[in-house]
Design a protein around this ligand. Sequence first.
Ligand SMILES: Cc1cc2nc3c(=O)[nH]c(=O)nc-3n(C[C@H](O)[C@H](O)[C@H](O)COP(=O)(O)OP(=O)(O)OC[C@H]3O[C@@H](n4cnc5c(N)ncnc54)[C@H](O)[C@@H]3O)c2cc1C
Ligand SMILES: NC(=O)c1ccc[n+]([C@@H]2O[C@H](COP(=O)([O-])OP(=O)(O)OC[C@H]3O[C@@H](n4cnc5c(N)ncnc54)[C@H](O)[C@@H]3O)[C@@H](O)[C@H]2O)c1
Length: 452
Amino acid sequence: MDIKAQQGYDYDVIIIGGGVSDVTLACNLAAAGKKTALIEARDWGGTTVNRGSTPKKALLALAELHHQESFLHRGLETVSPITWEDALLTRDWLVSDESARAKERAIKAGVETYEAYAFFEDAHHLKVNGQVLSTATIVLATGSVPRKIDIEGASYIDSSANLMRLHQQPKVIALIGAGVIAMSLISSFTELGTKVHVIQHNDRVLGNFDSELVDILVNRLKSRGAEFHMEAEAERIERSASGYQVTLTNGEIVIVDGIYDVAGRIANIGGLQLEKAGIEYTERGISVDDHLTTSQPHIFAMGDCCDAPVPKLNSYADFQAKYLSQLLNDESKEAIQYPTAPAATVYSIPKIGQVGVSVNQARQHPQDYDVTQLNMSNWQNYKRVHDDLAVIKLVASKSDQHVAGAEIVSDTADILVNYLAILLNRRVSFQELQDIIFAYPSLATDLYGLWK
Ligand SMILES: Cc1cc2nc3c(=O)[nH]c(=O)nc-3n(C[C@H](O)[C@H](O)[C@H](O)COP(=O)(O)OP(=O)(O)OC[C@H]3O[C@@H](n4cnc5c(N)ncnc54)[C@H](O)[C@@H]3O)c2cc1C
Ligand SMILES: NC(=O)c1ccc[n+]([C@@H]2O[C@H](COP(=O)([O-])OP(=O)(O)OC[C@H]3O[C@@H](n4cnc5c(N)ncnc54)[C@H](O)[C@@H]3O)[C@@H](O)[C@H]2O)c1
C-alpha cells in the first residue's frame, strides 16, 4: 500500500525541480506506483537542457566542425565561416526538442506536473500557484544559479544562458571567470569569430586540472583570439558609446558588447522558505547525510542544490536520482556510494578529460603515485584527424604500477576518459583487456598500449 493511502496526503512524493535527472526520479517513482508530482517553475529539463550542456554543446558542435574543416584546408582562410544564425537554429531546435521531451516523459509516466514556483508552508505542505499541496515525502532538486558579482555597474553583467541565445553575434565579449563554462564558451565564440576577453581573479585557469595540460588549451585559445586578463577583477562597468567599458583592478580597460558571469554557481534555495520546514542549510547548499536525507527524515535533496561531497554536475545529479529512486521505492537502504573513478570533461577545443586520481592529487601524494606523459598526436588515431595537441598524463599506483587515473588533452578526450572509467571502475586486469577484440583502428585499440 502506498504512503498516501496510509496517511491521507495529496501525494506520496513531490519533487521540486524539473531538471532532466529530477524527471528521471519522478518517472521511476511513478512506475513503482507512488503518486508523484513534479513542480517546475521555469522550463522543463532544467539547467542542463535550457542553459547548460545542451545549448553549450549545440554551439560547440558547429565550432568543432569549423575547427576540423580548418585542418583539412590547412588554414582558416579557405574555410567558410559559421554564421550565428546556423548556430542559433541548431541551439534552439535542440533545446526546445529536449525540453518538450522532458515534460512528455514525465506525463507519459503518470507523473502529475505543475508549472509554478513552490515553497514551504510547513514540513509536509507546499504552496504552489496559490494552492497548498500536502505530501508524505519531498525531494528538493532546485539546482543552482550564477553567483552574483557585486561591483559598480553589476546590473550590466548578464548570464552565460543569455549569451548562448543572443539574437546577434557579438563582436567582442568579456567573461568573468576562467572555469569550465568559460573554456567551452571561449572555444565556441572564438571559432565563430568573436573576440573574447577573460577576466580571472587569480593566476589559475581550471584550477582542478593539471596546469601544463591547461596551458596547452589556453595557448590554443589565445591563438584563436582569446585574451586572458589574469590576477585581475572587474572593478567597474559603465555604458560607453560602443557598448560597455569594463575597468579592471590592474588598471586595464576593455570595451565590449557584453559582459557575462561565469564565476561559479550557488545553490538555488533562496525562495524555498526552508526555515518553515526546519531544513538546515549553509552557503554550500542544503545539508544532507549519506542517504541524501536533510535534517527532516522525510525530505531529501539532490543535484546542485544539496551539499553533497561531489562536484555539481549533471552526471552526479543523475547518479543521485537513480539512488533516490531505489531508496524511496524501498529497493535499497544502503548509503549512497559514489564511483571510485569518475570521469569528467571540459567541453572545449581541444577537450580536457579527467578520470580517477587526478594529476594534482598524484602530485600531492608523490609517495603513492607516478605520473607519465605521452604525446598522442603522432599516434595514427590522432594523426589522421590532425589532433596535433593530443597529450595524455597517466597516473599509476607506485605499489603495483596499475593505472589509477588519467588526464587528457585532445579533441576526443571525452571518449578516452570514459573508456578508462569503465576499466578502472570494473577493475579490468591487463590480461582481461587483451582478451577483448576492439574494432581496429579505433580509439579503443589504443587502450591495449595504455592499460596496465
Ligand atoms: C553552462 C553550463 C554548462 C554545464 N555543462 C555541464 C556538462 O557538460 N556536464 C555536466 O555533467 N554538468 C554540466 N553542467 C552542470 C549541470 O547543468 C548541473 O549540475 C545540473 O543541471 C544539476 O541538475 P539539478 O537537477 O540539480 O538542477 P537544474 O538542472 O538546475 O534543475 C532545477 C530546476 O528546478 C527549478 N526550480 C528551482 N526552484 C524551484 C522552485 N522553488 N519551484 C519549482 N521549480 C524550481 C529550476 O527552474 C530548474 O529547472 C553545466 C552547467 C552550466 C550552467
Ligand atoms: N563539463 C563540465 O563538467 C561542466 C561544464 C560547465 C559547467 N559545469 C558546472 O558548472 C559549475 C559552474 O561553472 P563555472 O565555470 O561558472 O564555475 P568554475 O568554478 O568552474 O569557474 C569559475 C572561475 O571563476 C573564477 N572567479 C570567481 N570569482 C571571480 C571574480 N570575481 N572575478 C574573476 N574570476 C572569478 C574562479 O576562480 C574560477 O576559476 C561548475 O563548477 C560545474 O559544476 C560543469
